[in-house]
Every structure is written in C-alpha cells, then in structure tokens.
Design a protein around this ligand. Structure first.
Ligand SMILES: [Zn+2]
Length: 259
C-alpha cells in the first residue's frame, strides 16, 4: 500500500483562525492537503481539496468567505488532475472518504464516477443547515449531488474498517464540525499514520492544546485532539495535521510517497 500526499494549493488566511487568540491578524498561508491511498483492493481518496471553480471564478463560487480564506490553486493542483500525475484516473477511485464537507475538503464530490463517498450522517445533515457562523464554509453546490453516499453513524461506526484488513480505518473526530472524521493508515514501512484533517489544524493545536479559531464544539475538539495525542504518545502513531504551513514543509508530496 502506498500513500501519496497532495497540495490543492493554499488558503491565504490569518493565524488566529487556526490558533485561537494567537497571531491575531497575522498573515498565515496554509496548505490544502488531500491524500491518495493506493490499496491493493482499490484506490481511496481522503478529502478532495477545493472545487475547480476556485481557480477562475472564486468570487462567484466561494463568495464572502474569501475575506477570511482566499484560495490560490492551479489547474494542475486540482484534485482530479493532480492524481493523474501518479497514473491514477478519476474512474479508478473506489472510495472518497470526506473528513467533513467544508469547502476546502469537499470541492470534488461527484468527479469520481465509480466511487462511494464516505461521510458522517451528522456532517451531511449539518452541511445543509449549518449554524450561522459556519454557513459560509459549506458550499451547497459542491456537495448537494446525487452520488452514492456511504453514511457512517458517529461512535457506532468508530474505527470503521474500509477493506476489512485494518489497513485503512475511519475514526470519528467531532469538534471542528459535528461530523468530522479522520483516517488511520497502517503502512508497512512508515508505520501507522493518523490523518487528522481539520480535527487538528497545526502542531500547536496538537502539542500545546491550543484551541483552533473556528470550531463547532470546544469540548469535543479537545477530546478529539487528546485522543490523537494518546495515539501518538502511547502507540507511536504519526499524526498529520490538517493545515500547518510549518509541518507541511517536511511532508513528502506526490509523486513521492509513504509506504
Ligand atoms: Zn480545512
């Protein structure tokens, strides 16, 4: 099994959105990562980055949220094109696991004709009727599509094993949003890697318990981060954070891979 990390461009933003009350107003450009896992039984995407429309028509597609998160992405970095540089076509993807349905993660729903889309029920529901402060982060036209959803039910499905072999498991990590989920990839050579996505944005959130600047529920956010810190400290799991510009510099990007 091979794991490829990609960057669907960056978001030009401000630090306090990622670390509460720290770096207020300071320019902070974060990567928009997504991951391709080449499993012998079928290829899997974890997140999909921004929609194609953000390249040429972002004002119209993202609207007022551009004031907080401004995407900069090339056509080559768009998820559907990017995976082709490691020889993978959109038709080859069997599962798309969505950490959550925010605009920088769910931008390519519907572009993988043979895929099931793995999402939490709480996320899908919340995405249609988000609380007002999170409304702008959900672009309904990105995810309101007639695709085959594989819907997971929170704690009841925690640890959902995608291929039944322990290689790729899906973990419920609510807090950032009500239905956030992360994946644990058990690699032979590089060991277990936990892809936190937005349940843990940065190393500061992970190591120092700094709260993120945007979250649905602070208590759940803390509990989800504590859980992955335990995985790291007690089980030697490598935690990959979701939007850390510093940590991202040492991540191997496709066509390099982890295995
Ligand atoms: Zn994000």
């Amino acid at each position: 099994m091979k794991m490829y990390m990609f960057e669907a461009g960056i978001l030009k933003s401000q630090q306090h959105f990622f670390t509460l009350n720290k770096g207020v107003g300071a320019a902070f450009d974060v990567p928009v990562p997504f991951t391709l896992i080449d499993h012998p039984k079928g290829k899997v995407l974890f997140d999909t980055g921004n929609a194609f429309e953000t390249i040429h028509d972002k004002e119209n597609h993202w609207g007022a949220i551009l004031g907080a998160y401004d995407p900069v992405m090339t056509e080559d970095q768009w998820c559907v094109n990017a995976i082709q540089k490691v020889g993978v076509a959109p038709e080859d993807i069997r599962y798309v696991v969505l950490s959550h349905l925010h605009l920088d993660h769910a931008g390519c729903v519907g572009h993988f004709p043979n895929a099931k889309y793995v999402v939490q029920r709480d996320e899908l529901h919340f995405a249609y009727v988000p609380d007002p402060y999170m409304k702008l982060a959900y672009i309904r036209k990105d995810f309101d599509k007639d695709v085959p959803w594989l819907i997971l039910e929170g704690w009841r499905d925690d640890g959902f094993d995608l291929y039944g072999d322990g290689a790729i498991t899906v973990h419920f990590t609510p807090g950032h949003t009500p239905g956030h989920q992360s994946v644990l990839i058990n690699l032979e050579r590089n060991g277990p890697m936990f892809l936190a996505a937005d349940s843990c944005y940065t190393t500061d959130n992970l190591q120092n318990g700094t709260l993120p600047g945007l979250m649905w529920n602070a208590g759940d956010t803390v509990r989800s981060v504590n859980r992955m810190r335990h995985l790291q400290d007690a089980h030697g799991v490598t935690v990959m954070t979701g939007h850390d510009p510093e940590a991202w510099k040492s991540v191997k990007q496709a066509p390099e891979y982890y295995d």
